[in-house]
Design a protein around this ligand. Sequence first.
Ligand SMILES: C[S@@+](CC[C@H](N)C(=O)[O-])C[C@H]1O[C@@H](n2cnc3c(N)ncnc32)[C@H](O)[C@@H]1O
Length: 280
Amino acid sequence: MSEATSQNWAQSLPLLISEAELGLPVLSGALGWAGSWLPAVREVMDLGSGAGVLTLALAEAFGRARVTAVDGTPELLEAVTARAREAGLDERVRTALRDLPGGVADLPAADLVWASQVVHHLPDPVRALEIFGDRLTPAGVLLVREGGLPTRFLPDGEYPGLLARLEAAVEQRASGLANPAGLVTPRGAWPDLIRRAGLKHLGSSTFVTEVQAPVPEGTRTALARRLGMFTTFAGDLLSAADREAIGELVDPGSPRGVLRREDLYVLAAGTVHAARRARP
Ligand SMILES: C[S@@+](CC[C@H](N)C(=O)[O-])C[C@H]1O[C@@H](n2cnc3c(N)ncnc32)[C@H](O)[C@@H]1O
C-alpha cells in the first residue's frame, strides 16, 4: 500500500459514509446523464470506493452487473462487504484491495469505471486517468467525479462569510501539500487532464444535492463531521473569532450547533467528467 493510503482513511469511515450519502444524487444524476454513452453494463469498477455507499448504489442501478469496489484500505473494504451482505447484493459486489492507480492492472476490464473524489489523492492525476482508461472495455465509459461547488447549509445572516473563510483556509492548506500527504491539487481543468491522459472527453456536467430544512438527523450529523474535518485540516489558519464560531457549530450541546438546529438546509454541487478510449 502506498504512503498515500496509510493516511488514516480507516479512521474516516463515518465521515466517508456520510459524505457519500450526501453525494448519492450526484451519482444518480450522472448515471442518467451518461446513460446514452454507456454500453450494456455487465462489469463495473468503483475506484477508491471508501465504505461502499456508492458501490451499492451502482449495483442497484445496474442490476445485471458485477461491481468491484477497489480501495487501498482493508477496513473500508470490510465495510463494503458487510453493507453488500446486508443489502443482499453480496453475489454481485466484490472487493479488491489495491494500491491505486497501478493496482487495477490485473482487474477485469469494465463497461463503467466510476472514480469519485479519488484521483485528486493520487500523485500523478494524468497518469492515473491513463491507467484507469486502460481498464475500459472498448465501448466502456470512465466517469470521474471531481470539483463542483462548496456546500452551503447555514441560513442567510448566520455566521456571515464563515464557511467561505473556512474553505479558503482548506484550499490554502491543500495547495501547500503534495502526495503522500494525501492531496494533490491537479494543475489544469479536468477535461484537459482527461485529454492529456489520451482519452476522449465526452462531456462534463454538474449535479446538485438539495435537502430543504429541516434536514434529517443523519444529514445534520454529516454536516457536523464535515465541519469537524475541515477544522482539523485547516482551522488553525482561521481567526480566534472564527474558531470560536465553529466550536459553537460543532458543539453537540449547543442549541446553535448543527446537530440541534432545525433551520439547516443542504445545497451542494458535484461535477462529473465522462471519458472513453480515444480508439475503441
Ligand atoms: C475521498 S474518499 C472517496 C470515497 C468515495 N469514492 C466517495 O466518493 O464517497 C477516497 C478513497 O480513496 C481511497 N484511496 C486514496 N488513495 C488511494 C490509493 N493510493 N490507493 C487505493 N485507495 C486509495 C481511500 O481509502 C478512500 O476510500
